[in-house]
Design a binder for this molecule. Structure first.
Ligand code: 87F
Length: 597
């Protein structure tokens, strides 16, 4: 709590949102402090004087972030930063308290700033640049392989339109945000803010598609969407507004639309694995977990080692003709008949950035795969009395030029700021996850060499910089960046693979979950949705017992219960006579289960 609030008599009340953010309670500062410190709450008030200047060595942003972190910390913590002290390092180890570690990382690395509306976050340039890398990577494929064009539809959707496809919207209705006023006057009919764009786009599909010659119609939009979640928000993973791309396509037959579904999913696999270095399991959603408006849903599922949880990375839907029938998307076939178009939709969001942070980050902060790092190489001059900036900077610039020339495309920054010392800069760029640091000191200047430090492995080595053959230095660094990219993926994949276990008897199921694993089991398949529910309940019960817990809160975003993640495309051999883990019926495939986000 800000000391100014406690001391200033003019502040009569503080406002808080106990339990539910639809209500605010105003009470006197004294009563508030007394309440929080009492046994009625499980935390205590820590008073911080925000007016004290941060120490000279610290960047102003870090001091500000410190305040925001304290505001955002949910738990009572032994690790509060003392008044006036600046946060220079993460307060939490990843294994020690994963949630606190994540909050520290995203703020210290300057990815996120907090905002005064719950569930909404500011994407600072560092995270927005990552999103731009993702956009670049995907746009090449969207426009190329998928032959899909970018476009933009309006943010607002009328009530009539939104509710046109009743079945599809029904389950989602509580999350729709509405605009009810323009200035002070009530709108004659409120308009919704898009939670997804099927109902916004499909009337256009209906108008534009008349003949088989108008097909396929393949549109993509990059936009924001709003889903008014009531579960606890987490930056990137679950926010009320987020950024995404949504692809919507219409085709003349099911074969073509099915191919589009798979091609879009392959793009998502590539974005996770080849760009973000995050291994995923591609597969089909079960009937219970699929998008209700469609015919079949495919997904890529990622694994977060520290929490042992799975997370849906992206989805690609085979919509069949369901929406086509609702929205009259009909075309004249080449033989003169009428047919309803076959559609697909697919989406990928800024959640992917959160997954990447959680998978690669370490106790020093963010670890970025080179292909998405806004800065891939940072050059830090080491100055001293004997060797000044004037002497060393031209050499640093020479190295930077060698790395960027001939369109080699390496993203390099020379940190020649004079207000920070080298140690501060090492720390700063490590927190921000820059893959390679090049340290340049007096000895390097003399010997025309440089010290290379690799962020993810800590590896250090010297590399000589031959001005007659600068390209060699550039090639070595390019090669190293590729090795880092591959190394990060291999490391994540090894961890992920070691946490997928096969279980064939129920008694081993919850113990496997408790070991932070995803669980592959034989399963009786599509017609038996009730058994999925059974596993959910039974696993919740047994997990709570294993953890000595009584129950789960309604608003918690994560549950101890397991659900199906997908039926992986890549199926292990299923021995004849295998029985479903839940029903005991004949198994038809392996299904992947896990606790999830
Ligand atoms: C929330 C409110 C209203 C998800 C919602 O997955 C509607 C919806 O339709 C809704 N949350 N969905 C499903 C979205 C389906 C689909 N849309 C295009 C995607 C990928 C991109």
């Amino acid at each position: 709590m800000d000391q100014a609030l406690v001391e200033n008599d003019a502040v009569k009340k503080v406002y808080s949102h106990p339990a539910d953010n639809t209500l605010s309670v105003g009470i006197s500062t004294d009563d508030f402090v007394a309440y929080v410190n009492s046994n009625a709450s499980d935390c205590d008030v820590h008073v911080v004087d925000f007016s004290v200047d941060p120490s000279a060595a610290a960047p102003a942003a870090a001091a500000k972030n410190q305040q925001q972190q304290q505001q955002s910390s949910k738990k009572s913590s032994k690790k509060q930063v003392e008044a006036g002290k600046t946060l220079l390092a993460l307060r939490w180890k990843k294994e020690e308290d994963f949630a606190q570690w994540y909050s520290d990382v995203i703020v210290l690395s300057e990815l996120i700033s907090y905002y005064d509306i719950s569930g909404c976050y500011i994407l600072l340039p560092w995270s927005y640049s990552i999103w731009e890398c993702i956009q670049e990577f995907m746009n090449v494929r969207i426009k190329g392989d998928l032959k899909t064009k970018n476009c933009y539809f309006p943010l607002f959707v009328s009530k009539d339109r939104l509710e046109k496809e009743k079945d599809h919207v029904e389950g989602f209705a509580p999350e729709v945000a509405w605009v009810t006023k323009g200035g002070t006057s009530d709108l004659a009919s409120p308009v919704a803010i898009r939670p997804t764009s099927e109902t916004i786009m499909y009337p256009t599909f209906s108008n534009r598609i008349q003949s088989h010659r108008d097909l396929p119609l393949c549109l993509n939009q990059w936009s924001n969407v709003v889903r008014w979640e009531f579960k606890d928000p987490t930056p990137f993973l679950r926010s009320r507004e987020f950024l995404w791309q949504e692809g919507h396509t219409a085709h003349a037959d099911h074969e073509e639309s099915s191919k589009m579904v798979m091609d879009a999913l392959e793009m998502y696999r590539a974005t996770y694995e080849d760009l973000l270095g995050v291994p995923v399991v591609p597969g089909y959603k079960t009937e219970k977990e699929k998008f209700a408006g469609g015919y079949r849903t495919t997904t890529v599922e990622a694994y977060i080692p520290c929490s042992g949880r799975a997370i849906q990375g992206a989805t690609s839907h085979d919509l069949g003709q369901n929406f086509g029938k609702m929205f009259d998307i009909e075309f004249q076939t080449s033989s003169g008949g009428k047919e309803t178009a076959w559609q697909t939709s697919w989406g990928f969001t800024t959640r992917s950035i959160g997954v990447m942070i959680m998978v690669h980050g370490d106790d020093k902060g963010l670890v970025l795969p080179p292909r998405v790092a806004p800065v891939q190489v940072v050059i830090v001059p080491i100055v001293s009395k004997a060797c000044t900036y004037q002497e060393i900077n031209p050499y640093c610039q020479e190295i930077a030029n060698a790395l960027t020339k001939d369109g080699s495309g390496i993203r390099v920054e020379v940190d020649d700021r004079t207000i920070y010392n080298p140690g501060w800069k090492y720390n700063h760029w490590e927190q921000k996850g820059v893959p390679i640091r090049i340290e340049v000191g007096p000895r390097d200047l003399k010997e025309r060499s440089a010290r290379i430090v690799v962020r993810y492995s800590g590896e250090k080595f010297d590399l000589s910089f031959d001005s007659n053959d600068e390209s060699k230095f550039g090639e070595m660094i390019s090669k190293k960046l590729e090795d880092i990219q591959a190394g990060l993926f291999a490391k994540a994949k090894e961890v992920r693979d070691s946490h997928i276990v096969q279980v064939t008897e129920w008694k081993d199921f919850v113990p496997a979950l408790e070991g932070n694993n995803l669980v592959l089991t034989p399963w009786c398949g599509g017609e038996h949705q009730e058994w999925e529910e059974w596993v959910k309940e039974k696993s919740r019960e047994e997990s709570l017992a294993a953890k000595n817990m009584e129950g789960e809160s309604e608003t918690t975003a994560t549950s101890v219960a397991a659900k199906t993640l997908c039926i992986p495309f890549k199926q292990p051999d299923l021995p004849a006579g295998s029985k479903c883990i839940a029903s005991g019926l004949e198994a038809t495939c392996w299904v992947l289960w896990g606790r999830s986000y």
